[in-house]
Ligand binder design. Structure first.
Ligand code: BTN
Length: 269
């Protein structure tokens, strides 16, 4: 069910973002996926900073080929970057973005979500935001990067199969807000990030927030990579945002892909 006062539309966005910013924003009531829509715009030359925002998605895409439930009441947005850096330097972008979105949530709600490695935002053990980064690159050159952000904002309940995993900012904080306000805060934080990323001199700032808010370290976890699962203890986050784990044989690894399943989070036993 939706907050009756939260009628997200073009004029609400214009009021919050202003005319200059709205020139690079594409608003759609509904779409299959904002990432796919933005990909078409990117292929046709859309510029750095272009944003696509939708009220709902029929084929929301998640990490690792999963779907992302995208009913009305959430925020579904994708952001285009055309950085000059080599593709390898872009691997930590998603971690920087998770910090930026967490900061935007703090700006609006006054509460800091946790970060579940690698880039889920979590409140009270449940997921309230997912981030999907997709890159097009060739011969050591980045054509474009699309960062998709899905935030559960005003939902009052979730289907049975997601009830232990997902929640909304409304359900966790009791605050109903206008989605346009949170979109404004997210875009503000992304604009700041864009002036800093991928400059090494700002990395320490984002890394410190990422470490502070991380709920994945100091825990017994299962590392999931494709079909393989391994038990491990998570020790820390290294300087490249990778997860440092200790395996049962005492060896250490720096993990920078795949997923971790954490006991007590998302209903994991
Ligand atoms: C994940 O948690 O697996 C990532 C979810 C990313 C969802 C967002 S919603 C906006 C953008 N469009 C998509 O189709 N996916 C991303």
């Amino acid at each position: 069910m939706l907050n009756n006062t939260d009628n997200l539309n073009y004029s609400e966005l214009l009021a919050v973002l202003g005319e200059a910013r709205m020139k690079r924003v594409h608003w759609l009531d509904t779409v299959d996926s904002t990432n796919l829509y933005l990909r078409e715009l990117a292929r046709n030359g859309a510029e750095d900073g272009t944003v696509v925002i939708a009220g709902s998605q029929s084929k929301g895409r998640g990490r690792l080929g999963r779907s992302f439930s995208s009913p009305e009441g959430g925020i579904y947005m994708s952001w285009l970057l055309r950085p000059e850096c080599p593709p390898a330097q872009a691997v930590n972008l998603t971690a920087w973005v998770s910090v930026a979105v967490a900061d935007a949530i703090f700006d609006v709600y006054g509460v800091h979500p946790g970060i579940k490695w690698v880039n889920d935002l979590v409140m009270n053990t449940k997921k309230i935001c997912g981030i999907l980064t997709e890159m097009s690159a060739e011969e050591g050159h980045i054509n474009y990067i699309i960062v998709g952000i899905g935030i559960n904002v005003n939902a009052e309940k979730f289907p049975d199969e997601l009830r232990n995993i997902a929640s909304s900012l409304y359900m966790e904080t009791g605050k109903q807000i206008k989605r346009a306000e949170l979109i404004g805060a997210v875009i503000h934080r992304l604009d700041i990030l864009r002036t800093k990323w991928p400059d090494e001199k700002y990395k320490a700032e984002y890394l410190a927030s990422y470490r502070r808010d991380n709920i994945t370290t100091g825990r017994h976890v299962t590392l999931v990579s494709g079909d393989s699962c391994r038990e491990a203890f998570t020790e820390s986050i290294d300087d490249d945002f990778a997860l440092v784990v200790r395996l049962p044989d005492g060896s250490r690894e720096h993990i920078n892909s795949g997923e971790v399943s954490v006991k007590g989070i998302y209903g994991e036993k």
